[in-house]
Design a protein around this ligand. Structure first.
Ligand code: SIN
Length: 280
């Protein structure tokens, strides 16, 4: 099967056509997709009427399932979470800040798959920011302050019991099954500038939020530096704006991009099924 890959002409992202993800894929096709994924970092596959079985099978072509620590799975599935917002929900959006999934883990996941189930008629785009480009174009003065530094990663700001999605948020009626816990207090170090584990290309890994400090640096210095870095990382010229369609699958490389959700669909439900591609 020869698949068609159409780059977005933005900072990353490509659409993949002439492929049916409801069928089993051969090794050659999987290798073609993997190579396009490493090149474009975000791939979208329109018109895929995939079931949850298809989503799980597709995810496993690229690695083991990752561990999703603070989401409950959907009923009957161990590895699928629902990214859900009901039509009448008024709580702050889930995942509206730039992040890369689960960067606070010892071995953060390679990627994430997100399958559109219910897509609102307007809004709800997902933004991606290419962190290789952000590093390549970073002013030398900022880069020199980050070279060789280790970021302190933690899930505590969003997922600790007193975090943004903690007990208070849960009791306010969020539809998504988020499960805050003390596990979020753990810390993990990763280089802020690091080689992509598969391509070797240098990039910035994660951002303020999951990065809560810099090893060996006082917080008074680290937080303003991380804030400056975050502003740089999400600049429009590094972005790909992803517009969803029903029955669309998207997979992104957490080692290369940041992402964030956007709103603009009040009064409409939005539901996507998510799997995590764990580290190899
Ligand atoms: C996510 O970060 O997994 C969700 C992104 C989105 O809802 O657009």
């Amino acid at each position: 099967m020869t698949i068609q890959i159409i780059p977005s002409n933005q900072a990353c992202g490509a659409v993949v056509r002439k492929i049916d993800l409801t069928e089993e894929l051969g090794g050659e096709t999987v290798a073609e997709i993997r190579s396009a994924w490493l090149e474009h970092h975000v791939l979208s596959f329109p018109n895929q009427a995939m079931t949850d079985d298809d989503l799980e099978r597709y995810t496993r072509y690229f690695g083991p399932f990752g561990h999703d620590p603070f989401f409950g799975p959907i009923p009957g599935r161990e590895h699928i979470a629902a990214i859900r917002r009901d039509a009448d929900e008024t709580l702050p959006l889930f995942a509206e800040a730039w992040h890369t999934d689960w960067s606070f883990q010892e071995k953060p996941p390679q990627g994430t798959c997100l399958l559109a189930v219910t897509i609102p008629p307007t809004g709800g785009d997902t933004l991606f920011a290419n962190q290789h480009r952000a590093l390549d174009e970073m002013p030398a003065a900022l880069r020199s302050r980050l070279e060789g530094k280790l970021g302190i990663h933690s899930a505590k700001l969003p997922y600790a019991p007193d975090g943004a999605y903690g007990a208070k948020d849960k009791s306010s009626g969020r539809s998504m099954d988020i499960r805050p816990s003390e596990e979020a207090l753990a810390e993990q170090l990763h280089p802020i500038i690091r080689e992509h584990p598969e391509t070797g290309r240098l990039g910035i890994f994660s951002t303020l939020g999951y990065i809560i400090g810099i090893e060996g640096m006082a917080q008074e210095e680290a937080i303003p530096l991380l804030r400056e870095l975050q502003e740089w990382q999400g600049r429009p010229e590094f972005q790909y704006v992803h517009q969803w369609e029903p029955e669309m699958l998207v997979m992104w490389d957490n080692r290369s991009v940041l992402h964030r959700a956007t709103g603009g669909y009040d009064g409409h439900p939005r539901l996507l099924h998510r799997t995590t591609i764990g580290a190899n």
